[in-house]
Design a protein around this ligand. Sequence first.
Ligand SMILES: [Zn+2]
Length: 371
Amino acid sequence: MADFSFQALANCSETKARVGVFYTPHGVVETPRFMPVGTLANVKTITPKQLQETGAQMVLSNTYHLHLQPGESIVGQAGGLHAFMGWQGPMLTDSGGFQVFSLSQMRKISEAGVVFRSPHGGEIINFTPELSIQIQNILGADVIMAFDECPPYPATRGEVQAACDRTYRWLERCIVAHNRPDQALFGIVQGGVHLDLRATAAEALAALNLPGYAIGGVSVGEPPELIAKIVAATTPLLPLDKPRYLMGVGTYREMAQAIASGIDLFDCVIPTRLARHGAALVQGERWNLKNAQFRADFTPLDATCPCYACQNFTRAYISHLVRSQEILAYTLLSIHNITELVGFTQKIRDSILSDRFATDFEDWLAPTDNS
Ligand SMILES: [Zn+2]
C-alpha cells in the first residue's frame, strides 16, 4: 500500500487554516496549494518543465475528456498519464461526473449510471461508477475521484437529497471497483446549498476512512457568498488527518476563505482560460493586456513575480503578442497566471506557518463577493 498520509505541520490560531504535507507515490504536495488543470493531459500552451517552474506540485487531468480522446487504452499503452504527458509529479484525475452532468447532451441518469451521446462521433456511452474507476485505474494518477452526481443549481431539495444518496451508493461501488493500491480514492461531498444535506453527506463519508475528501458541486451558479457558507459548514466535519480538496474553485477570495475553513487543495481552469483571453492575474487583480495603457509600458507584468514571463518580458511586449494573437502570448500569460495563483496559496502557507494568516489576509477573508 502506497503512503498517502497527510501530516498537519501547523494550525492558524484564529481560523481553521492549516499547513500540511500530503504524500503521494510521485512526490509530496505542500498544502494549502492551488492545482492547475491539464484537461487533455496537458496544461494548455505550456510544457511540463514550464509547469514545474510555476511551483505547481500537483496537476489535474480529466477522465471524461481522456476517455473520449485519445481513449484510456492509448494512455495505458504509454505507461499511464505520467509517462504519456511527461509529468513526473503528483497527479489527480477527476471522475468525469461533473463533465457528464454539465457538458454531455441527451444524458439519461439511472441508478446504474449515466448514458449519453459522445460529442466525438455520436456513439452512445454508458458511464458508470465502475467504468470511471476502471478508466482512472488505467490512467494511473496518484489520486482518483469517486463518480458522483452533481446536482444543478437551482435544484429542489428533493433532487439534491436524491443526488446525495445516489452519490453515496455510487461511492460504495467505486470502492469495490478500485483495484490499485498505489492510487488513493477520494470521496466527494455533495448536498447543493443545503447545509444539513452537506453535513449528513460529510459525516457518512468520513465514516468510510478514505485517504482524502473533496467538496464538490460548488461554483455551479449559486451566489458566491453561499460558497463560503457551504465550505465553512462542511469542511470541519471531514477528518482532520486527511487532505481536503475544494473542487473547481480558484479565485483569490474563495481560496483564502476556504483555507480559513480548513481546505488544503484547489483546482480551477481560471489561470489558463484567462490567459487565452489575454488577461493576467496580478496581485489580486485581473488585467486585460489589450488595454491601451499597456501598449508602451516597458515594465514587467509584476516586478515581484519570479516567473519566466515577468523576469524576461514587458507588459508592452505581451500586449503586442496578445493583440497579434501570437501563441507565445498564451504561454507567457499561462506561466504567469499559474505562478500567481500557486504563489498566492504558497504565501498563505507561509503566513499560517508564522501565524499571521488572519492579519495578513484580512482583506481576502472579508465577506464580500469581489473576487
Ligand atoms: Zn509572473
